[in-house]
Design a protein around this ligand. Structure first.
Ligand SMILES: Cc1cc2nc3c(=O)[nH]c(=O)nc-3n(C[C@H](O)[C@H](O)[C@H](O)COP(=O)(O)OP(=O)(O)OC[C@H]3O[C@@H](n4cnc5c(N)ncnc54)[C@H](O)[C@@H]3O)c2cc1C
Length: 400
């Protein structure tokens, strides 16, 4: 089949890779001059296979009043009040119920395990440099109660084949001595030794180049898909700014723009943008090696080559991609306050913001849509880097 993949983010390039391996003729279309400059560019860098908890969870109900009043510094809510956003919000709240969250978590764990294996296969085949390190991940919990609750979810993860250890404070410090200079208190942590980190933007650009150079994928940069083309009730291609292109099937892998394109053939996708920020600075010798997530402050740290990256915040503040200078300042202040010795924060790169393409359940949309000829690989929320390889391979299996 001839297949057009729309979007050169991490989801588009991994989709194109597995579709090409399956023998399809693939055209990959990216609107930017370069691949990997959307939300894949500056994300937290964590390949967080064993920690895929959806954003929608029971604890959100208790925090909801504080979020609405703007008192929760990690989450901001100023959505545009369109009917679609309201519908999305109500569905999100329904997914905060315990049983639904556990169901989503189990589905995400299955996809994460597939993704872990699929990335290893890909790296066996394609030599990519992206500051990859499989140094494990530690999630810190402020008090014993929160640590106990996380320990219960750890059992579900073990059932899915993940190695998980619950560590008290002393064992966390022995595992990651840099935590001695971490300024936030913690009672202990959940350690996932098989989790990893890497620069998602570097990976995406490297794979995009490889697809064009060595695998015979048609890669088209600086080309924007404006509409999907329908004939006799079937998607048969795409319209570009100045041209059109035909195919037997089209895959929407264009992140937060997927709902707009799907709407051109009457399909509604439940995806809303949730903005987050990251700061990247030269790592000091005292930087942590293990990836860290501080559950109380909702901030992550990942060591990427000679750099340390911190990422945080979940802002439902509409569709504009702009960096809010106040939030950028808050992130710098938070990183400096929590981990002053870990990086040269005063020599940081400009603060980056990206929009997570989020579904209410946290589960991405992967597979055939209800419109013949149109397939989806979109809505990976805060886990797209972790899930990309599994999602790309699963999609190719479904199309086969
Ligand atoms: C602060 C932050 C931290 C994060 N941390 C992590 C983490 O640690 N681990 C993790 O797993 N995930 C993390 N994520 C989530 C992850 O970054 C995303 O889920 C993932 O990058 C989504 O990839 P994508 O390919 O769908 O989107 P994108 O990277 O945005 O790619 C979509 C591409 O499509 C192109 N495009 C859009 N419309 C069109 C069009 N009409 N025509 C042609 N091209 C088009 C865009 O230019 C873009 O390049 C984080 C996100 C944020 C914001």
């Amino acid at each position: 089949m001839r297949i057009i993949v729309v979007g050169g983010g991490v989801i588009g390039v991994t989709s194109a890779y597995w579709l090409r391996l399956a023998g399809h003729e693939v055209a990959l279309i990216e609107q930017d001059v370069e691949a990997g400059r959307g939300v894949s560019a500056g994300n937290g860098g964590q390949l967080s296979y064993a920690y895929v908890e959806p954003l929608a969870g029971p604890d959100l109900w208790t925090k909801f009043p504080a979020i609405l009043l703007g008192l929760d510094s990690a989450v901001r809510m100023r959505p545009d009040l369109s009917l679609d956003s309201i519908r999305w919000g109500l569905s999100f709240l329904r997914h905060c119920i315990g049983k639904r969250q556990t169901d989503s978590l189990k589905s995400l764990l299955v996809l994460a395990a597939e993704s872990h294996r699929a990335l290893a296969e890909l790296l066996n085949d394609v030599p990519l440099q992206f500051d990859y390190a499989a140094a494990g991940k530690l999630i810190l919990y402020r008090d014993a109660k929160a640590l106990d609750e996380a320990g219960r979810l750890a059992e579900i993860k073990r059932q899915h084949g993940f190695r998980i250890e619950t560590l008290g404070r002393a064992r966390c410090l022995a595992l990651e001595p840099a935590l001695d200079r971490y300024r936030n208190g913690f009672a202990g942590g959940i350690y996932a030794p098989e989790d990893a980190a890497g620069d998602c933007g570097l990976f995406t650009r490297g794979l995009y180049d490889h697809l064009g150079r060595a695998m015979g994928v048609e890669t088209h940069g600086s080309m924007r898909v404006t509409h999907l083309t329908m004939r006799d009730g079937r998607v048969v291609g795409v319209e570009l700014d100045t041209d059109d292109m035909r195919a037997d099937a089209v895959v929407l892998a264009n992140g937060i723009d997927a709902p707009r394109l799907a709407a051109t053939v009457g399909l509604k996708l439940p995806i809303e943008p949730v903005k987050g920020y990251s700061i990247t600075a030269p790592a000091r010798p005292d930087a942590p090696i293990v990836s860290l997530t501080d559950r109380a402050e909702k901030i992550v740290f990942a060591h990427l080559g000679h750099r340390l990256r911190a990422a945080a915040f979940a802002d439902l503040d509409g569709w504009s991609p702009s960096v809010n200078p106040k939030r950028a300042q808050q992130l710098l202040a938070l990183a400096l306050h929590l981990f002053p010795a870990a990086a040269d924060w005063d020599r940081a790169e400009p603060i980056w913001a990206g929009q997570r393409p989020m579904t209410p359940s946290g589960m991405p949309l992967i597979g055939a849509s209800r419109v013949p000829g149109l397939y989806l690989n979109a809505g990976h929320g805060g886990l797209g880097w972790t899930l990309a390889c599994g999602a790309g391979k699963r999609l190719a299996g479904i199309i086969a």
